[in-house]
Design a binder for this molecule. Sequence first.
Ligand SMILES: [Mg+2]
Length: 210
Amino acid sequence: MLERFFPDEWVESAYSIDYEAYFEAGYRGLIFDIDNTLVPHGADADERAIKLFERLKGIGFDICLLSNNKKPRVERFNKDVNVKYIFKAGKPYSKNYYVATMMTRTSTKSTLVIGDQLFTDIYGGKLAGIRTILVNPIDKKEDLQVRLKRFLEKPVMMFYKHSLKEKVSEMPRNRKPEHKASRSRRRKEKHFSVSEHIARIDRLFNSRYI
Ligand SMILES: [Mg+2]
């Protein structure tokens, strides 16, 4: 039952995703949450975000910001990155995820959702049938409403962490790289042992909940 909230992938940051490998695998659209995914809550686009968006456009991605925040906040962030956007998106309802894929002229199968919240960004992406990537929040200081959501997501994340560890433990020791995996992904994977994978999962969890 809790699986409905599990992301397809969990990484430390939106800035550490191998976007080139995803493009190579056929993905063309990106749906980003803003607050605590790309910048601290309420902040303008910083140098790092501006550079990331330039790089992503250069790769060939079409991008849409999907935020539950209000119009002035979303437009203030977007003025420096200049992509498509939807404000007051009503996440986790899936309607605006579909609208975002229409705006980026992609499909649910060729799009990624990137966000920091399990019950809004990730759950909504899963309801829409889009691949989801969970990132750890940039700023640990959050308002009361978000802190409450973190409290509620913690048990779900504990089950998810456990399921990841089980999956990793069952991995064949000398697994051959999948045929379709990109060269860069193959390069990264072959250096990880099972214990390193498990240590990484623990690190991700501990840096998310301190
Ligand atoms: Mg967020």
